[in-house]
Design a protein around this ligand. Structure first.
Ligand code: SF4
Ligand code: SF4
Length: 438
C-alpha cells in the first residue's frame, strides 16, 4: 500500500511502546471531581445546579445559550460541594463545579435515537445535547463543526487516527478495541455534513489498527482506510487533508473550504454512543505514560478526575519527574500542581525523567541554524515570529502569518538550543487576535 504524506514535519522519538500494549482499564471513581465550566472553545457555561444539590451521573449540570459552547453533565452521582475557581492545567483558575462523589451511583442520560432519527439536524442536535467537543485536544464543540455553511459542500470525511504525538496511545487502543463504534460514528458524520466518502487515516506505526478497521470498512461501499507515513504533525487537520486528498486549506481558512471534514477517533466514538445509546460525554480515555510513571496505562477516566489520582493508580512515580505534562510532549502544558483535573480535551498525562526526550542544550540562544524553518509544516519562519514577539511587533507578526501557526511544536522540537518558540508564537497569536477584536 502506498504511504501518503506531506512535505516538512519532524520525527520525534515515538515512545509509544511504554503504553501501546496496555488494554484500556477503567480508572477508579475519585472521591472528588473538579469540573471547570470552560473546558471547550467558546462561551463558558453557567451552572444549572447549586451548592448542596444532589445530582445523578449523566445529569446536565452546566449550560450556555451561546451557539459556540457545549454543555456539561455530571460524570458521577454525588453532591455539589462548591462552585468556585479551581486551578486548571493551563495554570489559571477557572470557575468549577466541585462534586463530592456518593457511595451509591445512579445513572441518567438522553433517550437513545433510532434509524428514524438519522437526519443531519438530529445528529447535530444530539452532539450538542451530549456536550461533545473535539477530544483530540482542540475541544471545539462538535455540533458547530457539524454545521458547515450551506454553500460549502463537503464530499469527504476524514477520521483522524494518526495520533502523531509521541507517547499517546489512547486512540490506538480505541481503534483496536472499539472499531465498530468508529465506523458507526463516521456514518453519522457523513450524514450530518452530506459527504459521500469516508476515509479513516492511520499512521503506518499503527498498521494493525488499520487492518482491523479495514476488515469492517470493506463491508461498506463508501468507507476506506488509508495509511500515512509516521511523521509529526501528520494529525494536524491541514496536513491530513494535504496528505490524503492533495488539497491545500488556504491560510486562515477551515477544511470545509476545500470540501473536507476532519474528526478525531475518540470524538467519533463519542458521537456514536451519544446518538445510539443516549450517553452524554462524561468520560474519556487518557494515556498515562512516561519513564517516571511506575506502570503506564490507558485509562477510561471520569471527567474531573484529579491527575494525582490517575498517577497513583499507575503505581505513582518511579522517580522524581523532571516534568509532568498535560497532553502530548509537543503541544501539551507542563503542570506543577497535580490536583488539576482531566477535562474533555485531555489526551495524556506524562511524567518524564530528566532528558527523556530532550535534545541539545538549553541555552535558548539562536544559532541561526535554520532548522526551525525546515521543520515548520505550514512554511512559517518560526525564528522570525519568535523575534517579532520579543520585539512586540504586532504588525510584523500578522504580516508574517503568525495566525497560521498550528502550534504543533515541530520548530521547538528541532531547535538545538530549546528556544521556547511555541510559547512565544502562542503568545503572539493571542496578541494579534486581541488587537483584531478591538
Ligand atoms: S511555527 Fe507553529 S506551525 Fe510552524 S513548526 Fe512552529 S509551532 Fe508548528
Ligand atoms: S532552530 Fe532554534 S537556533 Fe535554529 S534558527 Fe531556529 S530558533 Fe534559531
Amino acid at each position: 500500500m502506498r504511504l501518503l504524506t506531506f512535505k516538512g514535519g519532524v520525527h520525534p522519538p515515538e515512545r509509544k511502546e511504554l503504553s501501546a500494549e496496555k488494554v484500556i482499564e477503567t480508572a477508579p471513581l475519585p472521591s472528588l471531581l473538579i469540573l471547570p465550566l470552560s473546558q471547550h472553545i467558546g462561551a463558558p457555561l453557567a451552572p444549572v445546579v447549586g451548592v448542596g444539590d444532589e445530582v445523578r451521573e449523566g445529569q446536565l449540570i452546566a449550560d450556555s445559550e451561546a451557539f459556540v459552547s457545549a454543555p456539561l453533565h455530571a460524570p458521577a452521582s454525588g453532591r455539589v460541594k462548591a462552585i468556585e475557581p479551581r486551578l486548571s492545567f493551563t495554570g489559571v483558575k477557572i470557575n468549577s463545579i466541585v462534586l463530592e462523589v456518593s457511595d451509591s451511583q445512579e445513572k441518567t442520560g438522553l433517550a437513545p435515537l433510532t434509524q428514524a432519527d438519522l437526519t443531519p439536524e438530529k445528529i447535530r442536535k444530539r452532539a450538542r445535547e451530549a456536550g461533545l467537543v473535539g477530544l483530540g485536544g482542540a475541544a471545539f464543540p462538535t455540533h458547530v463543526k457539524l454545521s458547515p455553511p450551506s454553500d460549502k459542500p463537503i464530499d469527504t470525511v476524514l477520521i483522524n487516527g494518526c495520533e502523531c504525538e509521541p507517547y499517546l496511545t489512547c486512540d490506538y487502543r480505541l481503534m483496536l478495541e472499539e472499531p465498530e463504534e468508529i465506523i458507526s460514528g463516521l456514518k453519522l458524520i457523513m450524514i450530518a455534513v452530506g459527504a459521500n466518502r469516508g476515509v479513516i487515516v492511520v499512521e503506518e506505526n499503527k498498521r494493525d489498527a488499520g487492518q482491523i478497521l479495514n476488515e469492517i470498512a470493506e463491508k461498506e461501499e463508501n468507507i476506506e482506510v488509508v495509511l500515512t507515513k509516521t511523521k509529526y504533525p501528520q494529525g494536524s487537520e491541514k496536513h491530513l487533508i494535504k496528505a490524503v486528498l492533495d488539497r491545500e486549506v488556504p491560510s486562515g481558512a477551515l477544511p470545509f473550504e476545500v470540501g473536507a471534514y476532519v474528526q478525531n477517533v475518540q470524538t467519533t466514538i463519542a458521537l456514536s454512543r451519544a446518538f445510539w445509546k443516549g450517553e452524554p460525554l462524561t468520560e474519556r480515555v487518557v494515556t498515562v505514560s512516561g519513564e517516571a510513571v511506575s506502570h503506564p496505562k490507558n485509562l477510561k477516566v471520569k471527567l474531573g478526575t484529579p491527575a494525582q489520582d490517575l498517577i497513583e493508580f499507575c503505581g505513582g512515580f518511579s522517580e522524581e519527574p523532571d516534568k509532568v505534562i498535560f497532553g502530548g510532549p509537543m503541544t501539551g502544558f507542563s503542570i506543577f500542581d497535580f490536583s488539576v483535573p482531566v477535562v474533555k480535551g485531555t489526551s495524556g498525562i506524562l511524567a518524564l525523567k530528566v532528558g527523556e526526550i530532550e535534545l541539545g542544550d538549553r541555552s535558548n540562544e539562536c544559532l541561526r541554524c535554520g532548522r526551525c524553518l525546515d521543520a515548520c509544516p505550514v512554511f512559517l519562519m518560526p525564528v522570525t515570529l519568535a523575534n517579532l514577539t520579543l520585539a512586540g511587533d504586532i504588525d510584523g507578526l500578522e504580516a508574517k502569518g503568525a495566525l497560521d501557526c498550528v502550534e504543533c511544536g515541530s520548530c521547538a522540537f528541532v531547535c538545538p538550543t530549546r528556544r521556547p518558540l511555541v510559547q512565544l508564537i502562542r503568545y503572539a497569536k493571542f496578541e494579534v487576535l486581541a488587537r483584531k477584536k478591538k
